[in-house]
Design a protein around this ligand. Structure first.
Ligand SMILES: [Zn+2]
Length: 433
């Protein structure tokens, strides 16, 4: 079932490898293009506006709009604009010039009527516009340079000649985290398609804005990719995986806040009633407790809605990132306050887990329950188990290796490890010996 194509952009840092000659010459050529990009964008909007304005004037005087083919020799205005600009902007590789024009043209067309009627101000592009690269102007490679790299067809032959450049520049693409890496790999493998891209020089660094597209909901679920879900003390949900960068967090607190609000309103109503001499006190037990039950019903309903929303968001995250397995703490063995004080206080955890489990199964995600013992005291980086690791409810700080993190995040990292309860058992026994 296709939900359509999703388009996203990932920003990568680039490092010049070479390929075309002197770095400074290359940089000068790119800067020149960057300046010209701004001009092309602004001129495109100007030419489009001029045409539409003239055409409307013609309609007012003669009752007929201008005929584009007769007036310009082109079927479409963007074709005409390209023809008008191509001589002045011969430094662009031609497909990139066209792509640049399209950027401004599409923006203009989307708000044309508002611009023409003066409802919207005339769009104008400021300096430091990124250079637009048509998708055929970027070629990725992992082997040629020994690193993930991109060869960019960015200069026309004329510009190369002018700056003494032999060919097109190549840049290393720095993969700084798991998300950047996995997107790059999927583009390389063809699972994701890359579209039009942009390069920009910002704060003395080069960046690539890689546009990529994929079919929504097509990311295959990998059962070996485990998402650890901690249902929280300080955070309502914290989910992460040791194999992948990123985390899913729901702050929570809505139910508590809602309960407090309702409680306050109830008290204030009671006070008011007492003050007016119509207090419920003295009207018999039934009348007195009835509003409290109503309150609890309302809180329960609210909690139900919230838990549905939380679990839905979590499962969407899991599906989007291809997590085929979710691991959670097994709360079923917990019976009383002694075992797990937070459990009785907020039995909402149990309800939330059930909802997560049900929604996971609907999506074909496996749910694995692990024993919760020590998942919050164990360092997810080095495996050290120590009560002292847990500085307070919120902060985890390993006494052995110094790893510092939000305590729920650290717990979710542990929970995401395959067979974590067996590992912990081993580590714990080793510690005792
Ligand atoms: Zn540690």
């Amino acid at each position: 079932m296709s939900k359509g194509v999703v388009t996203k952009v990932m920003k990568y840092t680039l490092r010049y490898i070479g390929g075309c000659g002197d770095f400074h010459k290359m940089q000068e050529a790119v800067w020149k293009l960057q300046r010209q990009t701004r001009e092309v964008l602004n001129k495109t909007v100007q030419l489009a506006f001029d045409w539409d304005h003239r055409s409307r004037e013609a309609y007012r005087t003669s009752g007929e709009y201008l005929d584009i083919v007769k007036e310009t020799g082109y079927k479409r205005l963007d074709g005409y604009i390209y023809n008008r600009l191509k001589t002045d902007y011969a430094d662009f590789a031609s497909s990139n010039l066209n792509a640049t024009i399209q950027v401004a043209w599409k923006k203009y067309m989307a708000s044309k009527s508002d611009i023409l009627t003066g409802k919207m101000s005339f769009p104008s592009y400021k300096s430091n516009q990124p250079i637009v690269l048509h998708n055929s102007s970027i070629r990725f490679s992992t082997e040629k340079y020994g690193v993930p790299a991109a060869e960019l067809t960015v200069f026309s032959n004329a510009l190369k000649k002018e700056n003494g450049l032999s060919t097109n520049p190549a840049f290393e693409i720095l993969l700084m985290d798991g998300t950047q890496r996995s997107i790059f790999q999927r583009v390389i493998s063809g699972e994701y398609k890359h579209g039009q891209c942009q390069i920009n020089y910002e704060k003395r660094k080069w960046f690539l804005y890689l546009t990529y597209t994929f079919e929504a909901g097509k990311t295959p679920l990998d059962p070996d990719k485990i998402l650890g879900v901690d249902i929280g003390e300080t955070l309502a949900i914290c989910a992460s995986s040791t194999s992948e960068w990123g985390r899913f967090v729901i702050q929570g607190g809505e139910v508590t806040r809602y309960s407090k609000q309702i409680e306050e309103r109830r008290r204030s109503q009671q006070r008011q009633a007492t003050y007016c001499g119509e207090g419920r006190i003295g009207h018999g037990t039934k009348a007195r407790v009835a509003p409290i039950y109503a309150t609890e019903d309302r809180i329960a309903n609210f909690r139900d809605t919230i838990n549905h929303r939380y679990s839905k968001a979590l499962i969407e995250y899991a599906v989007k990132h291809g997590f085929g397995t979710i691991q959670m703490e097994d709360l079923s063995g917990i019976k009383g306050e002694k075992d797990f004080p937070k459990f009785l206080r907020h039995w909402t955890y149990y309800d939330l887990q059930n909802k997560i489990e049900a929604k996971a199964k609907e999506q074909g995600i496996n749910v694995v329950k692990v024993q919760p013992a020590y998942t919050s005291q164990r360092c997810s980086k080095c495996g050290c188990i120590d009560k002292e690791n847990r500085k307070n409810q919120e902060l985890f700080c390993c006494v052995k290796c110094g790893f510092k993190a939000n305590a729920d995040f650290n717990a979710s990292q542990n929970i995401s490890i395959k067979g974590i309860d067996k590992i912990i058992e081993k580590e714990y026994n080793a510690n005792i010996e």
